[in-house]
Design a protein. Structure first.
Length: 230
C-alpha cells in the first residue's frame, strides 16, 4: 500500500469493528489494533461520521477491559441510545404512513431505513438512518403527496409555479420529493431509485421556457436555474 494511502490505527479499528458478527480471528485482530496507541476521540469521530457507530460500539463493548478511554466508549453508547430512540420513531412513522397508503390502495416499498436494519440484524437501531425512503409507482405520486401533506408533512422543495405539464417533465429528471414533519422526521418519496441526468431532454421539451427567475432556495426544482438540485 502506498504511504499516501496508509490507514490510521483509528480508521483501521473502526473498519474492523464495523462487521456485525465477528469471528475469533477478527476479534483477535481488533484486540491487537486496540492495544496500540489509539486516539479514541478519533475512533469516536470516524465511527460517527461514517454511520457505523452501532456496530463499532457493540464490538468494542466486548473488549471493555482493553479500552483505556472509557469516556469514548460512553460517548459511543450515548450516541447509540439516541439512535435507538430515533430509529423506533422512524419505524412507528413508517407503520403509520404505510397504513395510510394501504387504505388508499397504494402499494409502497420501504427502502433502507429501520426496516432493513430489522431484517438484517434483528434490531432497528443497528443502522443509523436519518429519514424514511418510500418507493411508489410513478402513477401514484400525486396521491402520495396529498397523503403526506394531510398526514402533517410539508414538501421541502418548491415547484416555482410549474405547470402540470412542466411538473410531469421534471419528475422524469428527478427521482424523489422530500417531506418533513413537524416532529422533524424526514421522508423521501421515491418513484425511481436513481436520478435521470438527461437534462437536455427537459430543454428540448420546453420545460425551461417559464420561470426564468426562482425566488426560492437554490435547491428548488427550477429548470431555469443552472445551480438547481435535480
Amino acid at each position: 500500500m502506498a504511504s499516501g494511502m496508509a490507514c490510521s490505527n483509528e480508521m483501521l479499528l473502526v473498519t474492523l469493528c464495523s462487521v456485525f458478527e465477528l469471528s475469533e480471528v477478527q476479534m483477535q485482530a481488533i484486540g491487537k489494533v486496540a492495544s496500540n496507541s489509539i486516539k479514541w476521540d478519533m475512533v469516536y469521530e470516524h465511527a460517527k461520521n461514517n454511520g457505523v457507530y452501532p456496530t463499532v460500539f457493540r464490538n468494542l463493548s466486548m473488549l471493555h477491559d482493553m479500552i483505556p478511554d472509557q469516556e469514548a466508549l460512553r460517548r459511543l453508547q450515548d450516541l447509540c441510545k439516541t439512535n435507538q430512540i430515533y430509529s423506533l420513531k422512524l419505524l412507528a412513522e413508517l407503520i403509520r404512513l404505510t397504513d395510510l397508503f394501504k387504505k388508499q390502495g397504494i402499494r409502497v416499498i420501504s427502502i433502507k431505513g429501520p426496516l432493513l436494519s430489522l431484517k438484517i440484524y434483528g434490531d432497528v437501531s443497528m443502522r443509523s438512518s436519518r429519514d424514511l425512503d418510500l418507493l411508489v409507482d410513478p402513477a401514484d405520486i400525486d396521491a402520495c403527496v396529498d397523503i403526506l401533506l394531510n398526514a402533517g408533512f410539508e414538501l421541502v422543495e418548491e415547484d416555482c409555479g410549474l405547470s402540470p405539464k412542466q411538473k410531469k417533465l421534471m419528475r422524469k429528471a428527478i427521482h424523489h420529493h422530500t417531506f418533513i414533519s413537524q416532529t422533524g422526521i424526514s421522508v423521501e418519496l421515491h418513484w425511481n431509485i436513481m436520478r435521470d441526468y438527461s437534462r437536455r431532454r427537459l430543454k428540448r421539451n420546453g420545460a425551461g421556457k417559464r420561470n426564468t427567475r426562482c425566488p426560492e432556495e437554490p435547491s428548488a426544482y427550477c429548470p431555469a436555474r443552472t445551480n438547481c438540485s435535480f
